[in-house]
Design a binder for this molecule. Sequence first.
Ligand code: ADP
Length: 790
Amino acid sequence: MLTLDNMRLRKTQKILRQVNRLTNVMSKMSDVELKQQTNLLKQQLNSGKKLDDILPQAFATIREADKRVLGKFPYDVQVLGGIVLHQGNIAEMKTGEGKTLTATLPIYLNALTGEGVMLITTNSYLAIRDAHELGKVYEWLGLSVAVGVNENPNYNYTVTEKQEIYRADILYTTNDAIGFDYLQENLVASQDKQFLRTFNYAILDEVDAILLDSAQTPLIISGSPRVQSNLFHIADQFVLTLSESTDYALDDEKKHVWLTDQGIEQAKRFFEKPNLFSTDNYLLIRHIELALQAKELFKSNHDYVIDKDEIKLLDVKNGRIMAGTKLQSGLHQAIEAKEHLNITQQTRAMASITYQNLFRMFKKLAGMTGTGKTNEEEFIETYNMTVIVIPTHRPMIRKDLPDKIYVNLPEKLYASMSLVKTCYQKQQPVLLATGSVEISEIYSQMLLREGIPHNVLNARNIAKEAAIIAEAGQLGAVTVATAMAGRGTDIKLGEGVSELGGLAVIGTERMTSKRIDLQLAGRAGRQGDPGFSQFFVSLEDDIIIKRGSERIHRYYKKFAEQFNVEKPHELTQHRFKTSVNKAQFSEESQGRVARLNALEFDESMRIQRTLVYEERNKLLRMNRTLEKELLSAAHREIDNFLRQNKQLTSNSLKRYILDNINYNFKQSDSILDPDNFHDVASQLLKMVEEELQRKREVMASTTQTINFQRVCVLKAIDVGWIEQVDNLQQLRLVVTDRRYSQKNPLYEYQKETIISYQKMCKQVDKLVLKNIMLSTIKREKNGELTVSFP
Ligand code: ADP
């Protein structure tokens, strides 16, 4: 059958044949000749050839080098994968097919331009490992390689080190590192502190984990604390007196919670505030909302763990601790209050970006994953990447058994445990995959009770993760892991395991998407190994409760009480299977909608961030004095002041001058004379011109003047923008609350963001004026200048 995929693959196969035709030529070359290929290829590019033209020769070169240096000659299917990656698409290659080696082909080809190639993974351990291992080949061929993360997570690179890292032809790094570096780069005060190059070409390893699963958590650099609130504890105490449905309500998806009329009355009594909704009580209301959310929407061991008296957030999908991440806008503190911990400082967002928008900045983006096809539409829509399924090197013989469905959780637990026991008794290794940390702990306890030794992979022992996963294929191994833990590490079968049927993957529930189910099943059956996967479902699983049909809920209610764990009753009718699939599909759609929604909301931020960063970069590169810009900012600000103070009094004018223009302003100055009010603007501007002139004279050189003037503007932009980033975050929460007043939250949000951007621009003008006028310059004894800003 000629499907679209086959057609695409045929074109790719034609290129593969061109690569294969060069295999013999390359294998006959001496090491010296092979290494010279790099320069020859670069010359071809310089003389106008395109990357596509030199692809066969470059792929054949690195393929032969892979063989000589690493002892691994990329298979034909890996070359196919490499071509797909070069073309800026997603190569779906099953676990164990050798994605790491595949990537060397397009990386080498694209690095020949010297514009930089990045291989980005979610896991710094893998980035470091691969850079060291594959770095040998690239270096052998005369290209430079760097790693963007350090083994010591607390290590801070110097600017020089960063510049060197990003100058490398090839960079292995993580999505976090590149994201934070990007934000950091745009907070520096001079060009010599910048280190990034234009984002050229990136290959995302486990692309679905980065672009789908992490899509909704923005990266945030936090800074200066807000004023600390003391309302968290009292709000927490208050919500403990409330009961669900009478005092407050939850929506179906358990994403929003709000007080009912009765709850509002209760609050008025509790806080003795008859006018609860007056503007003075805004903060109190906000804290009650936060406390309710903390109580109902965040569960210990599911959304977070308490580690050394600190709240650590969990990535709900894989159970990993999200290091250094805090919930914004007081939610983190509300959870601390609920757990009776010390309330930490509230920080505010200084810079923020989502992965979606970070990676859309690359000129060319490609990805690899074992599971991408199910989400192809979204990849095309958002990133313009098609998903191409690469055939496996050896035929796949894993058996994916149909789900086993039960009414109750205990029946399901019992049934799944008995399968684990059967496998364990014959020493067949088992990977028990759970949907949350909580469930993984329940299974661990059950295994203990059965006396079955096992490893648990969850948030608390991430360091050993790769090592444990690598052991998971040994005789008699039982490994309990949350859905995505240990992704990217290959499970090799131990001796004698093939004969027993290979690795058994037992899913304890259907996950939040088909894609994640497939990811789990794919841990077994690598490179033609035997193995099987089997998922267990109960009508009490989260996904069924949340997304199951009315009919299935009715069925559950009817039979909920009738069970016998000794003889679990399996629901075999077809309609149950369809129902489970439908529930999962509906959950997936919800995820897709949420990601799209996040992208739409992020669009205002993206546009504004791009404008601000462009302006900053222009300033950093500017090599002339900025008098013109400074004076027009001052002009706009003064105009604005006068327009807002049509009834100018000598008092208000004096206040304005003291606050923004001159601390030592004298009462007797003629500008305060009402007769002179008609040309206040030009007089104030004259003061600005004089001050600029005065400061220029103090400076020893034009360079110093330029630097000073640049910093006046940069500081103003940064203060304004940091506040704006924080505003936008807050605004999102406010419009979500407004949802209940039946307005379109996205529209409301966009409207407000434009208004607040305009306010920010005005504020920046004012700060520029203050920075010029109120800064002081002191000359030290050694001739150095120190500038203090207001
Ligand atoms: P994936 O990331 O696709 O799951 P890996 O990149 O971890 O797979 O590779 C799986 C294993 O197969 C590794 O041990 C790797 O060294 C080996 N491998 C991959 N390609 C080849 C090859 N062409 N020849 C020999 N071994 C290979």
